[in-house]
Design a protein around this ligand. Structure first.
Ligand code: ISL
Length: 591
């Protein structure tokens, strides 16, 4: 009675062992083949990053603001997407002049978002599900409510004085520095307490930290280590190219030709500090780092990300998302839109930049951008879902780490406010005030904002068709897009053709085809004004990606016969069988 089950037990273990070793050897041999033939494999190159804007994801306590407990309650949803990394916008203590990009305590949690215990639970919950967590490092500036700034401002002799940039007023007005968010566009603010000006590239509530001071740099590295010791998996680094400054604050050098952003991104000791940060902190952990590559171009990008420089892993450039705006005018779309040929040129050039060295990123939306479907697809009801899936196909088939913005998996689109009063974003509000004081056309300003404003990408996530899209039981901090009745997770879960299911399939496709991560990229039919076509090729495996960016049927000439190709994914119920693509059609073939 006793022995038989024991024998059975052993037998079962033996069978399981044989089964497991056969299978694992198969997987291992595949892995071996892949890794031996692909140099420089890294988890962060193969990852799909999903960006969560905590303020707008899920509100657990009914105050109208998303929070950490809310994110925790939706971890299984995030897991179901198949993504590897979650990047959270700033969750640190902040008076919220710029939604957390004004930090008053780098080691504290924003009250509205919860407590450190909530954070620890969230991190654990992610790790238990095999998801990595990346936090936002806002190192160029702090809040004016940070204790360092309060001290710094109190007297010229205060030990924290040199944590920020001050210009004594007896020397006259400092040379002009332009500010992103200032109502007068002026980055110097006069403070009577010590008769001096302080520098703020963003709003006057975001004074710039002085990285030329070694004490400040040490504080920053200690703070980063504090979060790494907690177990986080990386940092996205806010405006990191701006940290180093020529503290003599000269007139803008002529070579920059009025381009303040390029000047800001080329500080004298920038790379010295990034190397130091790498040595002191990043190199000690298996983590990823990604710069917000503002002011960085294809020529300077390698200085940030090449592995032999020991600085950062990746950066995201602004060339793509800025394309189609009137140069020199605040986020104003060019009438008639952009040209696809120019769009293809930008993304192809960035691909070739990293073809041999370094590694790229790709994104079409984030918390500083409007919704991708409105800006790069078509949010008219008949095209919203189709064009959104087409853009998702683009993002997940390029040679670069994709940064996918929450809500884009549902095909969420711009809310397009008619009135400035509906905006909550300091950028829109202060630039409106600036336009007003300059006597500019305010109607035109509002019309442009309907396409480009950041709040379009910040409206609450749409969970279901209940009140406030299931985001909150309170009053949402920013209006919910009225289309939530039909565009929401619950409805899309039920529809096998939804954007949501399409995103999951695309993530799976990328994760199961290393050719989509590392394969060589080749642009085809370059001058085609409507279709973006390219191949990806690795170790004898070749995929063809066809994307119609227009609302009309469009022909494509790739010179490739697809009659025998295997169709891997497409966004219509049946794909085109000839050389004409249907409006916003996307298809990926294995050749
Ligand atoms: O999109 C922008 C430039 O075209 C700006 O909205 C943005 O301010 C800039 O990209 C810098 O962004 C980062 O720093 C800001 C913060 O408001 C943004 O949210 C952040 O991503 C200041 O910390």
């Amino acid at each position: 009675m006793y022995k038989q089950p024991k024998i059975l037990h052993l037998l079962l273990i033996a069978i399981a062992f044989i089964f497991f070793s056969c299978n694992s050897s198969q997987t291992n041999s595949n892995m071996k083949e892949d890794s031996s033939s692909i140099p420089g494999r890294k988890w962060w190159k193969e990852a799909v990053v999903y960006q969560v804007y905590p303020r707008s994801f899920k509100d657990a306590d009914g105050d109208g603001v998303g929070d950490l407990k809310g994110i925790f309650s939706k971890l299984d949803y995030i897991k179901s997407l198949g993504v590897d990394v979650v990047w959270l916008n700033p969750i640190f203590s902040s008076p919220n002049a710029d939604n957390g990009y004004d930090i008053s305590d780098y080691k504290g949690i924003m009250k509205e978002f919860g407590t450190m215990a909530d954070f620890d639970a969230l991190l654990k919950g992610m790790h238990e599900r095999g998801i990595k967590m990346v936090l936002d490092l806002v190192a160029n500036h702090s809040s004016d409510q940070h204790e360092w700034f309060k001290q710094s401002k109190s007297s010229r002799e205060n030990p924290y004085r040199d944590y920020y940039h001050w210009w004594p007023a007896e020397k006259g007005k400092p040379a002009h520095r332009w500010s992103f968010f200032d109502v007068n566009g002026d980055a110097w603010k006069f403070d009577p307490t010590t008769n001096a000006y302080y520098l703020h590239y963003f709003s006057d509530k975001q004074p710039d930290l002085n990285w030329e001071n070694p004490k400040l740099r040490k504080e920053m590295y200690d703070m980063m280590s504090f979060w790494f010791d907690k177990g986080i998996d990386g940092f996205r680094m806010d405006v990191i190219p701006f940290i180093s400054k020529d503290t003599s604050f000269p007139e803008l050098p002529k070579q920059y030709n009025g381009d303040m952003v390029a000047y800001y991104a080329n500080g004298p000791h920038l790379h010295e500090y990034l190397k130091e940060m790498n040595k002191e902190v990043l190199s000690k952990h298996d983590v990823m780092s990604v710069a917000e590559g503002i002011g960085v171009n294809t020529a300077s990008a390698h200085d940030f990300v090449d592995s032999d420089r020991n600085e950062l892993n990746m950066l995201y450039h602004f060339e793509g998302v800025s394309y189609g705006y009137v140069p020199g005018k605040f986020k104003t779309p060019v009438p008639g839109g952009y040209q696809l040929v120019g769009f293809k040129e930008i993304y192809s050039r960035w691909d070739s930049t990293f073809a041999e060295k370094g590694w790229g990123t790709i994104y079409l939306g984030n918390h500083d951008q409007p919704r991708m479907v409105t800006r790069w697809g078509n949010d008219a009801p008949e095209w919203r879902a189709l064009s959104s899936k087409m853009l998702t196909t683009f993002l997940l088939t390029m040679r670069a780490t994709p940064y996918y913005y929450f809500g884009d998996e549902l095909g969420m689109n711009n809310i397009k406010f008619d009135r400035i009063e509906d905006y909550k974003d300091i950028e829109s509000i202060n630039n409106y005030a600036l336009a007003k004081s300059r006597g500019e056309d305010l109607h035109a300003f509002i019309e442009a904002q309907k396409i480009s404003a950041r709040d379009n990408g910040r409206t609450p996530f749409q969970w279901d068709s209940s009140m406030n899209a299931g985001f909150t039981t309170g009053t949402p901090w920013l209006k919910v897009n009225p289309n939530y009745k039909t565009v929401n997770v619950a409805a899309e879960e039920k529809d096998p053709n939804s954007c949501l299911h399409y995103f999951r399939r695309m993530v799976k496709l990328r994760k199961s085809n290393l050719v989509l991560v590392y394969g060589k990229y080749q642009l085809l039919d370059k001058e085609n004004p409507n279709v973006y076509a390219y191949t990806r090729e690795l170790n004898g495996k070749k995929l063809l990606v066809l994307l119609n960016f227009s609302s009309k049927p469009a022909s494509v000439n790739t010179g490739i016969d697809i009659s025998k190709a295997k169709l891997l994914i497409y966004n219509y119920s049946s794909p085109s069988t000839n050389a004409t693509l249907q409006p916003y059609e996307a298809a990926v073939y294995e050749l």
